[in-house]
Design a binder for this molecule. Structure first.
Ligand code: SF4
Length: 231
C-alpha cells in the first residue's frame, strides 16, 4: 500500500470513528497497566466488569501484595488465564515498589521488563497514559491491516506494527491504533465483516472476494476438505 492509499484509509476510518478511544476503563497509568494485563485473550467488556470492583479494592501496588495469591485469583477469576495474570500482577507490583517508587515507568524499555508486559501492552500504556505516540497491534489491528493489504497475510504483529509506523504519520499513530480497533471491532469484524457497506471495498481484495463468495469460512473449508477425502 502506498502513502496516498493509506491516507485515504486513515481519513475514512477517522470519518467513521471520530471518537475512537481506549475502551478499558481506568483513571491512572497504574489502573491502565493492570487493565491491559488482564485484557490478554479477554474482551474489554469483561475486563471492565471485573475492574469496576477490583479498582475499588486495590488502589496501589501495596494493595495487590497485601492479599494472598488465592484472594487475588478469586477477585479476577472471571477473566481467562486468571492464575497467570494474578501471579504476574503481584510480581509486577513488587518490581514497581522495588525499582520505580511504586509508579508505572514512562520508559518503554522499563515497561517491557515487567512481568506480564509485552510489546503490545507497553505500547498501549505509553500512548494512552503518557502521550508517547505508539501503535499497539492487537487482533483487530492485525486482521484489518492484513485484509486491507497494509501488511502481507503472513506478517507477524511486529511486522504489522513496523509497516503501520512507516505508512502513518507519527502524530497519528495512537489515534490510528484506536480507530483501527474500532473499525475491526464494529465494522470489519472477524466473522462477518460489513463488506457490502464498506467505503474501502474498492481497495480491499478480501472484501471483493467475500462479495463474490470466494472467501470461505473455516467451517466451509473443513467441509470441503472432508468432502474431497470421502470422494
Ligand atoms: Fe473489511 Fe470487508 Fe471493508 Fe475489506 S471490504 S475492509 S474485509 S469490511
Amino acid at each position: 500500500m502506498n502513502a496516498a492509499t493509506m491516507r485515504r484509509v486513515l481519513d475514512t476510518i477517522a470519518e467513521m470513528f471520530p471518537d475512537a478511544r481506549c475502551e478499558l476503563n481506568h483513571s491512572n497509568p497504574f489502573e491502565l497497566l493492570i487493565a491491559v494485563i488482564l485484557s490478554a485473550q479477554c474482551t474489554d467488556e469483561t475486563v471492565n466488569k471485573v475492574t469496576a470492583t477490583l479498582f475499588k479494592k486495590y488502589r496501589t501496588p501495596e494493595d495487590y501484595l497485601s492479599v494472598t495469591q488465592e484472594e487475588l485469583e478469586n477477585d479476577i477469576r472471571r477473566i481467562g488465564l486468571y492464575r497467570n495474570k494474578a501471579a504476574n500482577i503481584r510480581k509486577m507490583c513488587a518490581i514497581l515498589l522495588e525499582k520505580h517508587g511504586g509508579k508505572v515507568p514512562e520508559d518503554w524499555e522499563e515497561l517491557v521488563r515487567l512481568p506480564g508486559v509485552g510489546r503490545k501492552t507497553a505500547n498501549v500504556v505509553v500512548s494512552n497514559a503518557f502521550g508517547v505516540p505508539a501503535i499497539a497491534v492487537d487482533t483487530h489491528v492485525e486482521r484489518v491491516a492484513k485484509r486491507l493489504g497494509i501488511a502481507g497475510p503472513d506478517a507477524s504483529p511486529l511486522d504489522v506494527e513496523r509497516r503501520l509506523m512507516k505508512l502513518v504519520p507519527r502524530g497519528e499513530w495512537t489515534m490510528t491504533h484506536h480507530r483501527l480497533i474500532f473499525f475491526g471491532r464494529y465494522h470489519c469484524k472477524a466473522k462477518n465483516p460489513a463488506c457490502d457497506v464498506c467505503p474501502l471495498i474498492d481497495l480491499c481484495k478480501e472484501g471483493k472476494a467475500r462479495m463474490k463468495g470466494t472467501v470461505r469460512g473455516k467451517k466451509d473449508e473443513k467441509a470441503r476438505k472432508e468432502a474431497h477425502l470421502t470422494k
